[in-house]
Design a protein around this ligand. Structure first.
Ligand code: HEC
Ligand code: HEC
Ligand code: HEC
Length: 107
């Protein structure tokens, strides 16, 4: 019985560490809203990405500087599948741009 309590407390501790690292993996601003475009604003949610196992180094600094508003996102990037969001949103790592406009662009 004592052993079981011990095992359970280790488990609880491990779950706590896991939970707090996924919270950690959210950029401090938690979300970044892109709203310069005519297509409607796009909300990038850090938590969604952290929950899918994305680490800071998957995006910073290769795809994005750690600075809101620093990245200019063009339509050409949407289909090239190499830069910014579309290094992942290319149908391989995550849903691709084509056919999925409304998953990102909200009026
Ligand atoms: C899936 C991609 C992705 C991951 C993973 C990610 N970020 Fe970011 N982060 C972004 C994007 C996109 C921006 C906005 C860049 C822009 O607007 O040019 C950003 C912006 C930031 C900013 C600037 C916020 C501001 O208000 O200026 C900081 C700081 C940051 N991220 C830290 C982190 C840290 C720390 C981690 C890991 C714990 C992390 N990011 C993980 C995509 C990501
Ligand atoms: C993975 C998310 C994502 C998907 C899917 C996506 N976009 Fe975008 N798109 C963005 C982001 C982020 C921007 C930058 C917007 C800004 O700066 O305000 C952008 C910018 C644009 C721009 C240039 C800025 C503007 O609005 O004039 C166009 C055009 C565009 N997207 C069209 C589309 C179309 C059409 C589709 C579907 C075929 C699509 N996008 C799918 C994220 C996405
Ligand atoms: C490092 C890879 C990576 C990058 C870079 C990335 N994403 Fe994602 N994104 C994912 C994965 C993985 C998922 C979850 C799987 C899926 O939905 O296909 C996801 C899911 C999403 C979702 C769905 C959210 C939900 O509630 O289901 C949106 C919207 C999104 N991303 C927008 C963006 C935007 C906007 C950018 C650029 C600013 C971006 N992503 C950059 C990997 C990435």
């Amino acid at each position: 019985m004592k052993n079981l309590t011990f095992v359970l407390s280790i488990l609880a501790a491990a779950m706590f560490v896991l939970a707090s690292t996924s919270v950690m993996a959210v950029p401090p601003g938690k979300t970044v809203v892109f709203q310069d475009g005519k297509m409607g604003k796009v909300t990038f949610d850090g938590k969604v990405h952290a929950d899918h196992g994305k680490k800071c180094s998957d995006c910073h600094p290769k795809l994005f500087p750690m600075k809101k508003g620093a990245t200019k996102i063009t339509f050409a990037q949407h289909t090239a599948g190499k830069e910014t969001c579309f290094a992942c949103h290319n149908g391989k790592v995550a849903f691709k741009a084509m056919g999925n406009c409304a998953k990102c662009h909200k009026k």
